[in-house]
Design a protein around this ligand. Structure first.
Ligand code: FAD
Length: 437
């Protein structure tokens, strides 16, 4: 914990790390509201606010021009990853005995949110995103020996991890995935194909979901999948990568990954063979919270720029922001972001509390995390689109950055699960309607 809180904002004692959201106010500390943000920060715990301030300080070394240039060149933001890992931030939600901070997804969401809101957008957040959530199932289900072997070097930034679930032929039908891990003595041999794997060009490890029992041989499709933490080394036989050219967040590579009898040791298996889907869900709910936070960050960043521009730009003898046609859409977008913010931090809190409170069901956590991701992604899209339009022609110009945010804010609408699949899920699990897919 001590490592992650910079000296300039004081030290959050360990017992603060679990301050419940509602009780946090009695510990209230004075953290000045930054001038360049619109988000209302009351109601957050002191720890969350300290995370926010510390991360904003690091991100202030990475101005808009850095992100515009990296978006243009497609170069990975190594410097941000290095700055965050140097101060221990990658381990924010990992156990203290492994070098982490022992905080929760509530704080990790605030971290990713603040990175995105700084102007770094999805690209900045995604430079560490997988390292934060894909390690959650490893921390929970790996043996103590595996945890010690797998996590400390990710926390200190020596290693980076990518997350291998999506496949080209099965898409959102995750349970039908076909990549196989076949036991061969003390090894498994992996064969199959993954797609859209972020950061695979810079990762040295992968958290991989693969079939250990063919689909045809299991009673339920959710059985027979297994989770692995593997060495990811394209120099070894049986592993190839191909970068995908994409619309936004171009500093973070996305890839097709081809396995052809790629050999991994048997002790790469996390938890029991065949239980991988249940295990990986643990990381997937965390990821939905983080992505919701990242979307919120983009939305607030866009809205900040749009309202600043609308105050300064004078046409027909008045600032354009004096026109309700400009002002109201931005005010409406702000309210949607604030509502989505509440849903996001509610979901993150439920996720964290469900670790120790058995009365919180995994269905409740799943519904909250999916709903938060949906609402935040939609609110961010509205804010980004309206911000581009509020800037008129300059909204379309690279130097004003809102076009970059608009391109990036499609990602939380599509991944890791689409809007339609979230509505299918809520329709079935909450409304009790017939399963539609
Ligand atoms: C930038 C980016 C980064 C990513 N990073 C990773 C990563 O690191 N690791 C990883 O594993 N994956 C990653 N993904 C993959 C992402 O999770 C998938 O793209 C996403 O889950 C959607 O799957 P798909 O593209 O195969 O869509 P498809 O399954 O092909 O679906 C296409 C469309 O059809 C709709 N649809 C399909 N079936 C139904 C239905 N029954 N009812 C209603 N609508 C339906 C979907 O909602 C969607 O809009 C990334 C994707 C992107 C774009």
């Amino acid at each position: 914990m001590q490592r992650i809180v910079p000296r300039c904002i004081g030290f959050a004692p360990r017992h603060h790390s679990r301050i419940p959201f509602s009780a946090s106010r009695q510990f209230s500390i004075s953290i000045p509201r930054r001038a360049n943000t619109l988000m209302e920060t009351s109601g957050f715990s002191d720890t969350q606010l300290q995370v926010r301030e510390a991360i904003a300080k690091i991100c202030s070394n990475f101005p808009d021009e850095y992100w515009a240039a990296h978006d243009e060149s497609g170069e990975y933001p190594h410097e941000l990853h290095a700055a965050l890992s140097k101060d221990g931030w990658i381990g924010i939600a990992l156990p203290e005995e492994l070098g982490g901070s022992g905080l929760g997804i509530s704080e990790a969401t605030m971290m990713l949110h603040t990175i995105s809101e700084s102007g770094a957008g999805m690209a900045g957040a995604q430079s560490i995103h997988a390292n934060v959530y894909a390690t959650q199932p490893v921390a929970k289900f790996a043996t103590p020996e595996q945890r010690k072997r797998m996590l400390p070097k990710l926390i200190n930034g020596e290693w980076r991890v990518c997350f291998g679930v999506t496949e080209p032929n099965t898409g959102l039908e995750t349970l039908k995935l076909r990549t196989q891990a076949v036991r061969d003595g003390n090894n498994y041999k992996i064969s199959g194909q993954k797609i859209w794997i972020s950061s695979a060009q810079v990762a040295t490890k992968m958290v991989l979901l693969a079939r250990t029992t063919p689909l045809e041989e299991v009673k339920k499709a959710s059985e027979g999948l297994s989770l692995f933490f593997i060495d990811f080394d394209p120099k070894q036989p049986g592993l190839e990568l191909k970068r995908i050219r994409k619309m936004g967040g171009r500093a973070i590579d996305a890839n097709e990954v081809f396995f052809d009898s790629y050999t991994i040791p048997a002790d790469s298996l996390i938890g029991k063979e065949g239980q991988g889907f249940r295990i990986v869900l643990h990381g997937m709910n965390a990821e939905r919270c983080l992505l919701a936070g990242e979307a919120l960050g983009l939305g607030y960043a866009a809205l900040y720029r749009a309202s600043k521009y609308a105050k300064e730009r004078v046409v027909f003898g008045r600032p354009i922001g004096m026109n309700q046609g400009i002002q109201h859409p931005l005010a409406d977008a702000y309210m949607h972001l604030e509502a989505a913010k509440l849903a996001t931090y509610h979901a993150a809190r439920l996720y964290d509390q469900s670790m120790t409170d058995e009365s919180i069901t995994q269905t409740a956590v799943g519904v909250a995390c999916n709903s938060a991701k949906y609402l935040a992604a939609e609110a961010a899209f509205t804010a980004c689109e309206r911000s581009v339009l509020s800037l008129g022609g300059m909204g379309y110009a690279q130097e004003y950055h809102v076009e970059r945010y608009l391109r990036e804010c499609f990602v939380p609408r599509i991944a890791p699960v689409s809007r339609e699949m979230i509505m299918n899920y809520v329709g079935e699990k909450v409304l009790g309607l017939p399963r539609s897919y």
